[in-house]
Design a protein around this ligand. Structure first.
Ligand code: SF4
Length: 329
């Protein structure tokens, strides 16, 4: 991305404002056109309103554009054309919230402010095994404090970029590369096999289409089971090891082996079977998924504390219908 490693506060600000509520692929061409047309804050400040709005066309949320122009003119006409170089002045500018202010302060001026984007929420929640919902007021505060605490204050720009990149490439949403991650020894989420439960989002529970992939991990005559404890469907019922996603995954032998290796450090497992697609329609949600039966020769280190239920006692547990349907088959 052209704004990566950027030190010019104007360009960082522009990229942040364009990317609010906009996908990166879409925002990229707008950013490039803005920079080509208005290379400096002075050019933007002196531009005609209608020209700027024309360039913004298609991005929506026109308030962002209005604030952009307003702030450019404040900086150009009232602040000597110089972008403020301290957090408090930056965050006081119209249209700049704490996130954007932290990004400008740290990337442009290397000031010690942590930038907490989705990647950072995910990395921190897994590393410290924090299950406070990241989209709750409490969660936002908790993670902002933690991010500030772990920030390398002398290298804020580098640190912020590094943790974001780490989240985007290693600690990824659905297939984190735990087994090859250099933080796995100290990662509480990994060491307690909680990675796929984190981060927790309140709003996920409102999602209409959910994909449930159940891993039936069998070791000798026992199978891993877990009790659903969160305030969600099927509360207090039992299930197998769950990987929930928002999109379908097409599993192949190689992707399964890779996933099991990264999540549990299993070198080679025997994939016994992958069930056909199963569906259940609930009042407000559609659940789709598959059951993947895996035979293990030993219990992975990070699953030692899990509940391994003797197969013969499986019927004693209460499972949701979705699972019972499969078990009956
Ligand atoms: Fe993320 Fe896994 Fe590394 Fe923990 S071990 S930081 S969950 S990639």
């Amino acid at each position: 991305m052209p704004w990566k490693g950027e030190k010019d506060p104007y360009k960082i600000w522009l990229s942040e404002i364009i990317l609010q509520q906009t996908r990166v692929e879409q925002g990229l061409s707008y950013y490039q056109r803005f920079i080509a047309t208005y290379p400096t804050i002075a050019d933007l400040a002196q531009a005609k309103d209608e020209d700027v709005f024309k360039l913004w066309e298609g991005l929506g949320y026109y308030n962002r554009c209005k604030n952009l122009l307003h702030t450019a003119r404040i900086i150009y006409y009232e602040l000597d054309g110089k972008f403020p170089n301290n957090y408090d002045t930056i965050v006081a500018l119209k249209g700049i919230g704490p996130y954007t202010a932290a990004a400008i302060a740290s990337f442009a001026f290397n000031l010690p402010y942590a930038v907490v984007d989705g990647n950072v929420f995910r990395v921190l929640s897994r590393l410290f095994a924090i299950d406070t919902p990241i989209d709750s007021t409490e969660g936002k505060q908790q993670f902002a404090l933690l991010a500030q605490e772990v920030l390398d204050k002398k290298n804020a720009a580098l640190f912020n970029q590094a943790i974001m990149d780490f989240g985007a490439t290693v600690c990824k949403p659905t297939n984190p590369q735990c087994n090859s991650c250099h933080l796995k020894e100290i990662c509480t989420g990994f060491n307690n096999a909680l990675v796929n439960r984190l981060p927790v989002k309140e709003k996920v529970l409102l999602k209409k289409n959910r994909w449930f992939y159940y891993f039936i991990l069998q070791h000798e005559e026992t199978v891993l089971v877990e009790k659903r404890t969160s305030r969600d469907i099927w509360e207090n019922l039992y299930e197998f090891y769950l990987l929930e996603t928002t999109e379908q995954i097409i599993w192949k032998e190689a992707t399964l082996q890779e996933w099991l290796n990264q999540q549990f450090g299993i070198e080679r497992a025997t994939i016994h079977s992958v069930s056909p697609l199963q569906k259940q329609q609930l009042t407000h949600q559609s659940i789709k998924g598959q059951f993947i039966k895996v035979n293990l020769t030993s219990i992975p280190q990070n699953l030692l504390k899990a509940q391994w239920q003797p197969l013969k006692d499986l019927q004693q547990l209460a499972f949701p219908k979705f699972i019972n349907q499969y078990l009956e088959l």
